[in-house]
Design a protein around this ligand. Structure first.
Ligand code: HEC
Length: 119
């Protein structure tokens, strides 16, 4: 997959920077207000023992397996948000399919960005 890293960096700053810092190091303006301090996203590979954990990162961003209803995670459910942003009102199945594809593409683009900022 061709990935536009500049676009991914832009999306990261827009959606993630407020908590994770625009450089991914957890220094965002909202970080202090959270129960859990957002982890440093430049250390994902190091914390996973040397291999970038793409699958776990995808699941984390998509948020399908998150206990959101119980409010135990401050990390927003991005899969759901992106789907809503893609769809707007008046949802048709073909639009939902398209949105699902676009959502996966956007998450994968963010993952490529995160992979690129690992130290
Ligand atoms: C409202 C604050 C907030 C925003 C915005 C946010 N996050 Fe998070 N994120 C957190 C918190 C808090 C954690 C740690 C708790 C948890 O894992 O749920 C976290 C955890 C993560 C993790 C897991 C890290 C690990 O070590 O396991 C990843 C990956 C991640 N965020 C990526 C993103 C991406 C990509 C975006 C933007 C699309 C984003 N986050 C936006 C607060 C946020």
């Amino acid at each position: 997959m061709e990935v536009d890293i500049a676009l991914a960096a832009d999306e990261f700053r827009t959606y993630c920077g407020v908590c994770h810092g625009s450089d991914g190091r957890s220094g965002g303006p909202a970080a202090k207000a959270l129960k859990d301090r957002p982890p440093d996203l430049t250390k994902l590979t190091r914390r996973a023992g040397g291999r970038f954990p793409a699958e776990a990162v995808f699941q984390k961003i998509e948020g399908l397996n998150m206990p959101a209803a119980h409010g135990t995670s401050d990390m927003p459910i991005w899969g759901q948000r992106f789907v809503e942003q893609e769809l707007g009102d008046g949802v048709l199945l073909k639009d939902a399919r398209k949105a699902a594809k676009a959502t996966i593409r956007r998450i994968n683009r963010l993952i490529k960005y995160l992979e690129a900022i690992q130290e």
